[in-house]
Design a binder for this molecule. Structure first.
Ligand SMILES: Cc1cc2nc3c(=O)[nH]c(=O)nc-3n(C[C@H](O)[C@H](O)[C@H](O)COP(=O)(O)OP(=O)(O)OC[C@H]3O[C@@H](n4cnc5c(N)ncnc54)[C@H](O)[C@@H]3O)c2cc1C
Length: 432
C-alpha cells in the first residue's frame, strides 16, 4: 500500500522532511516523554499540534508515508469541477518548525508490551502511542468488486487518484448516461457524504449533460439530513419529477449484492435487479485501518474499542485510538469528530504523564453538505460522556431549518467554505 523506497526516505531525510534523524534542536531532552503518532491525517496531526501546545517538552514523532495529505472533505466539489484537486492538498513542512518530528514512512507493527513501533528503518520506542490510521475497505463484501476493479469503477472514498479518476469518467460519459453511486451500511466514513456527492454530480450533469441522472443504490432506508437533502434535490434537480437528475433507492431495491465490471452493471435489492451505469461509483463497506486490525486494536466489529473519556485502547494500555478507526459510540466518523477526539486524547495523554485525570470532556461535530451553487445545509451536535458512551446533548447544536430561505442556504454555503479554510489552516497551517 505504501510505496516509499529506502532511496526516497534518505532523500526526504536529507531535505529536512525527516529532521528527526539528526535530533531535535528545541526543548526535547533525553528524558522527554516519547510520543509516537501513527497517521498524518486529521486525527494524527491535530493530536500532534495539541500535544506540543500543552506540553512543549514532549518528544513527538509522527509517522505518515505520504508527503501530501488530501482531504476527503470538499472532494465532492472536485468531482463537480467546482474546485481544483490542488485546493484539497496539504503538506507537512510546518510540523518541524513546531517541534514535531515527521518521518515519511509507514508504521509496520506495534509491540504494546515492549512499547515499540516497527518502521522500515528500525523501531521507535514510545511512552504513549496514538493510532489514527483512518479506514480501509472490506473488499470481500460485494461480489465482483475488489481493489483491482476499483481502478475501473472507482470508490473515490479517498483522494487523490480515485477522485481524479471518477472526475475523468464523469467528463467522459455521454449526455443521457446514468451515474450509479452505491452506499454501504453503517458505520462508514462520513454518513452524509454520498448524498452530497450525488448532489454535486447532479450539479455537474445539469450544466453539461442534462439528459443524464444519478442513481443512488443504498444499503440503508434513511440517511442524515434526509429531509433537507430531498428538499434541496426538489428545488435544484427536479427530484420526484419525471426528469429528476437524482433517484434514490433504499435497501429493498438498492442494497448492492454484486457488480459486473464487464457489463457495467450493479445487481441490487431483494429481486437482484440489474442496473446499468455509464459510470459506477461503488463505496464499499469499511473497517479500521490495517495497522489497527493487524495489531489487536480492533474487535470483531472491525473497529477499535476505546475508553470514551480518554480514547485509550480498551485492549492495550498507553495506546490511544482516535478518528474513523475508533468506536466513538454515537459520534459519526467525520473530520470534525476526529479533530474533537484528538483534542480530548491530547489532554488525556498529558494528564496521564503527570499522573492526573482529565475532567469529563465534551465533544463536537459539525457537518456541512454543499448541494449546489450557493446552496448548503448543516448539522451540528455537542456530545458528552454518558456512562461509557458518547451521546448527543439534548437540545444542543442545530440543523438548517426546513423553512430556511434561499439567502440562508447561500449563507450556509459561505460558512461551509469558510469552515474548510479555517479548519484546514488550523490543522495544516504554519501557526499554532
Ligand atoms: C467524500 C467525503 C467527504 C467528506 N466530507 C466531510 C465533511 O464535510 N466534514 C467532515 O468532518 N468529514 C468529512 N469526511 C470524513 C473525513 O474525511 C474523515 O472522517 C477524516 O479524514 C478522519 O480522520 P482520520 O485521522 O481518522 O483519518 P485520515 O484523515 O484518513 O488519516 C489517516 C492517515 O493515516 C495514514 N496511515 C494509515 N496507515 C498508516 C500506517 N500504517 N503508518 C502511518 N500512517 C498511516 C494515512 O496515510 C492517512 O494519511 C468526508 C469523507 C469523504 C470520503
Amino acid at each position: 500500500m505504501f510505496t516509499i523506497t529506502r532511496r526516497q526516505f534518505i532523500k526526504l531525510a536529507g531535505s529536512g522532511a525527516a529532521l528527526s534523524l539528526v535530533g531535535m534542536p528545541w526543548t526535547v531532552q533525553a528524558n522527554s516523554p516519547k510520543i509516537v503518532i501513527i497517521g498524518g491525517g486529521i486525527g494524527g496531526v491535530t493530536t500532534a499540534r495539541e500535544l506540543i501546545q500543552l506540553h512543549p517538552q514532549l518528544d513527538i514523532t509522527l509517522l505518515e508515508p505520504h508527503p501530501v495529505y488530501h482531504t476527503c472533505f470538499m472532494s465532492n466539489e472536485v468531482l463537480s469541477g467546482e474546485r481544483p484537486l490542488e485546493s484539497i492538498q496539504f503538506g507537512y513542512e510546518f510540523l518541524q518548525k513546531r517541534g514535531i518530528r515527521w518521518l515519511p514512512v509507514p508504521a509496520l507493527a506495534i509491540d504494546p508490551v515492549t512499547k515499540k513501533v516497527k518502521i522500515p528503518e528500525g523501531e521507535l520506542s514510545y511512552d504513549r502511542l496514538v493510532v489514527s490510521p483512518g479506514i480501509q475497505f472490506r473488499w470481500d463484501q460485494i461480489e465482483g468488486y475488489g481493489k483491482a476493479v476499483s481502478e475501473h469503477l472507482p470508490h473515490a472514498w479517498s483522494a487523490p487518484s480515485q477522485v481524479a479518476l471518477l472526475r475523468q469518467q464523469l467528463e467522459a460519459m455521454p449526455n443521457g448516461g446514468t451515474v450509479i453511486i452505491t452506499v454501504p451500511p453503517h458505520p462508514y466514513r462520513c454518513p452524509p457524504a454520498p448524498y452530497e456527492r450525488a448532489s454535486q454530480i447532479a450539479y455537474y450533469l445539469k450544466q453539461y449533460k442534462p439528459r443524464s441522472k444519478v442513481l443512488i443504490l443504498d444499503a440503508k432506508d434513511g440517511f442524515p439530513k434526509q429531509q433537507l437533502f430531498m428538499q434541496g434535490w426538489e428545488e435544484l434537480y427536479g427530484f420526484k419529477t419525471e426528469h429528476s437528475l437524482i433517484e434514490w433507492l433504499p435497501s429493498q431495491e438498492g442494497k448492492v449484492l454484486r457488480v459486473d465490471a464487464q457489463k457495467m452493471a450493479v445487481y441490487a435489492g431483494e429481486l437482484e435487479e440489474e442496473y446499468k451505469g455509464s459510470v459506477i461509483n461503488v463505496i464499499p463497506p469499511q473497517m479500521a485501518g490495517q495497522i489497527a486490525i493487524d495489531n489487536d486494536l480492533s474487535d470483531d466489529t472491525g473497529w477499535c474499542p476505546v475508553n470514551k473519556k480518554t480514547f485509550e485502547s480498551s485492549r492495550h494500555p498507553d495506546v490511544y485510538v482516535i478518528g474513523d478507526a475508533c468506536d466513538a459510540s454515537q459520534m459519526p466518523k467525520s473530520a470534525y469528530s476526529a479533530h474533537s477526539q484528538a483534542k480530548v486524547c491530547a489532554l488525556a495523554i498529558v494528564a496521564s504523564l503527570k499522573g492526573e485525570e482529565i475532567s469529563t470532556p465534551a465533544y463536537l461535530n459539525t457537518c456541512y453538505s454543499v448541494l449546489g451553487k450557493e446552496y448548503a445545509i448543516s448539522l451540528s451536535t455537542v456530545y458528552r460522556l454518558v456512562g461509557d458512551s458518547i451521546a448527543p446533548v439534548e437540545g444542543s447544536g442545530g440543523l438548517t431549518p426546513e423553512q430556511a430561505s434561499a439567502e440562508d442556504k447561500k449563507r450556509e454555503y459561505l460558512y461551509a467554505h469558510s469552515w474548510f479554510l479555517n479548519f484546514t489552516q488550523g490543522i495544516f497551517g504554519g501557526e499554532l
